[in-house]
Design a protein around this ligand. Sequence first.
Ligand SMILES: [Zn+2]
Ligand SMILES: [Zn+2]
Length: 83
Amino acid sequence: MNPQCARCGKVVYPTEKVNCLDKYWHKGCFHCEVCKMALNMNNYKGYEKKPYCNATRAVCSETVTLLEQIAHLALLGAWTFTL
Ligand SMILES: [Zn+2]
Ligand SMILES: [Zn+2]
């Protein structure tokens, strides 16, 4: 029984399988969420179970940092929604 790709939902066969972020991906489907750059096991940056490239992580670091802070606050139960 082959797993399904986290990106496209189609069956992933062993020859094209990438196992990252607790999911399976086609090699071709494992690309950066933002810029679509092809990634591999060695150069991806995982965030919220989605793959990003180093460059996008750097460019978006302010946004990502904010999201991470919110996530941490939520985990600590200290997050109060004050919009
Ligand atoms: Zn796929
Ligand atoms: Zn990217």
